[in-house]
Ligand binder design. Sequence first.
Ligand code: G4P
Length: 302
Amino acid sequence: MTIQWFPGHMTRARRQIQDKLKLIDIAIELLDARIPLSSRNPMIDEILAGKPRLIVLNKSDLADPKVTEQWMAYFRSEGHECVSIDANTGTRIGDIVVKSKLLLHAKIERQISKGINPRAIRGLIVGIPNVGKSTLINRLAGKNIAATGDRPGVTKGQQWIKIGTEMELLDTPGILWPKFEDPIVGYRLAVTGAIKEEILNIDDIAFHAVKELCARYWPAMKERFDLDTPPKDLDDSDEIVRIMEEIGRRRGCLIGGGRVDFEKVSVIVLREMRAGKMGKISLEEPLTAMAHLSVPGKGEQE
Ligand code: G4P
């Protein structure tokens, strides 16, 4: 689902999250491990207002593991505990409970020293659309999804989902908006499939994908599409078009007169990249990404 965000929607989303923050001990900020900055809400520090926070890099099955490690180190250097998971298979999702307990350790200890039996930690998952919030909630919940409020006699509203005995999650996540006014952010969200293709032109998205892939993963591109020479200048659009033409010829995407069908090439490049056919790919690294994008909390706020 693609949400068109307008200022009114943002204000409402923000208010909804702020209401939920009153109920919880910790926010779980879900990011896409392939594009942690582009999948981040530009006002997140302000919205969470000092609430303890765990950063979770999701879709790590698709991301370059070396780069994910760099991101974990980066977020830790910024003072945030961070874990990487794959919500689809449930890989390492147990780390969320372990790290949340660690982050709230002092509070739990204080309660114990006062003779209070600590209750389960209460958490809220927040993130932009398509980052994997529902997948993670379902995966963590297992069979413990509470009765929903759609039946008579059951109160509509917040439900807690039990994760073992030590943690509970609000059943509805906090939905945030990305920093979409930055065109690079928009393209990266589209390349990774977070923004549907109807919004941006598919040829443009694939052009951007080919450019980024040639810049970062040329050996994988060369091998996958049997390419000859890398673009001489990544900022020369003719060179990127040349690579797309070469892919089209290799894959038989031709229309009348031997011309390349760019739309077909675009579909192939995006589908194969998203399916991991070119290996595990990250489109942002801490240093290069920061050179282009402002980092929430560090520089410009939206
Ligand atoms: P949301 O609630 O944050 O909006 O996201 P949601 O859980 O609906 O997940 C969006 C898509 O991302 C889903 O694909 C889901 O399967 C996929 N996804 C979530 N977590 C992971 C992960 O760790 N690894 C991988 N590889 N994929 C993950 P979908 O239903 O097929 O949607 P789409 O691909 O058609 O957009």
